[in-house]
Design a protein around this ligand. Structure first.
Ligand code: 13P
Ligand code: SF4
Length: 320
């Protein structure tokens, strides 16, 4: 769907990549926003690292002229929706999201038609077109809180993640109509291997992201967004954790709790497919390249941007 833009064809890489990025940041008056699933080098050079809610809050308040978004396309798109006059750069335009792709706009429009009296709450992991068809956006950090603010008699469509939707239904006791989308990374964890790990490490607490399947969530003593998981491991008395989310977060966990032990939850097979292939398309080299060349840039039609802005603003107001 997107064009892969490799900087190396256009850009000679400097020896001190960290120093060169810091210099470009000053020259451009840029801010680097990074998600926890980015490679450690990118996390280390970012001005702000966070979950989707934190990143959109930062994007909403930044004074920088240029936003360099080290994350995936829907995240950078959200930053652009909030900042139409700023240059928003994504190191690799091909960094998409399987969950966002699982909800095509045409099919979603038809789905919505079946439930004309329903309010549409969409997880931020969706395209601008889906946001434009939604009433409120949520993230994994505020989904429960947002659904709880909706009057009980109001029926709700929740899209696109069925696992987060099911989790919110369970937490709030609300029935919702769910779009059947999912994330390839969070679906890959093996319940059997997590149970085996718990037996091998009885001292370890399993913690999970709500995008995981119910079969994995039922083994977790704590469920939350990436930021919530990062906070939890600091105040929990446990010294070891089995972490069922993309393992990029473990870089920050080790920084804030160096004496604790973090075991990435294993996928079904023996590959590294618990790493998000979209997030990991971004590299430090591509980050440098996009700042040097001031591309690839995120753009979107103004009519879509304006329609997508409303439900994002509603989320920001409801999350205070
Ligand atoms: P959060 O960081 O908001 O928990 O989201 C996880 C995720 O899958 C982002 O793509
Ligand atoms: Fe999308 Fe899943 Fe990757 Fe997050 S981890 S960007 S939801 S594919």
């Amino acid at each position: 769907m997107f064009v892969n833009t490799l900087p190396s064809s256009k850009t000679n890489l400097p020896e001190d990549l960290f120093g060169a990025i810091a210099q470009l940041k000053q020259d451009l008056n840029a801010v680097i926003l990074a998600h926890y699933y980015q490679e450690p080098d990118i996390q280390d050079i970012a001005d702000y690292i966070g979950d989707s809610l934190g990143l959109s809050q930062q994007a909403a308040r930044t004074q920088a002229d240029v936003i360099v978004f080290a994350g995936v396309h829907f995240m950078a798109e959200t930053a652009k929706i909030l900042n139409p006059d700023k240059l928003v750069l994504l190191p690799d335009l091909a960094a998409g999201c399987s969950l966002a792709d699982s909800c095509p706009p045409d099919a979603f429009a038809k789905f919505k038609e079946k439930y004309p009296d329903h309010l549409v709450i969409s997880y931020i992991n969706c395209t601008a077109e889906i946001k434009a068809m939604s009433d409120i956006i949520c993230t994994s950090a505020n989904a429960v809180q947002i659904v709880e603010q909706i009057p009980v008699e109001q029926p709700i469509i929740f899209a696109p993640d069925r696992n987060l939707g099911r989790y919110v239904m369970q937490k709030t006791g609300r029935e919702m109509v769910l779009w059947q989308g999912s994330c390839i990374v969070h679906e890959t964890f093996s319940e059997k291997k997590i149970v085996q790990l718990k037996m091998q490490h009885p001292e370890a607490e399993a913690i999970a992201h709500p995008e995981c399947e119910p079969t994995v969530l039922r083994h977790a003593s704590y469920i939350g967004s990436t930021t919530a998981l990062l906070k939890y491991i600091q105040y929990s008395a446990s010294q070891a954790f089995i972490v069922a989310t993309e393992p990029g977060i473990i870089h920050q966990m080790q920084k804030v709790a160096p004496h604790k032990h973090f075991i990435p939850a294993p996928p079904f097979n023996n590959c590294a497919c618990n790493e998000c292939p979209h997030m990991r398309l971004n590299t430090l080299e591509k980050l440098y390249g996009c700042m040097k060349n001031q591309e690839p840039e995120i753009t979107l039609p103004e009519s879509t941007r304006l329609a997508a802005l409303k439900p994002i603003q509603r989320m920001l107001e409801m999350s205070i």
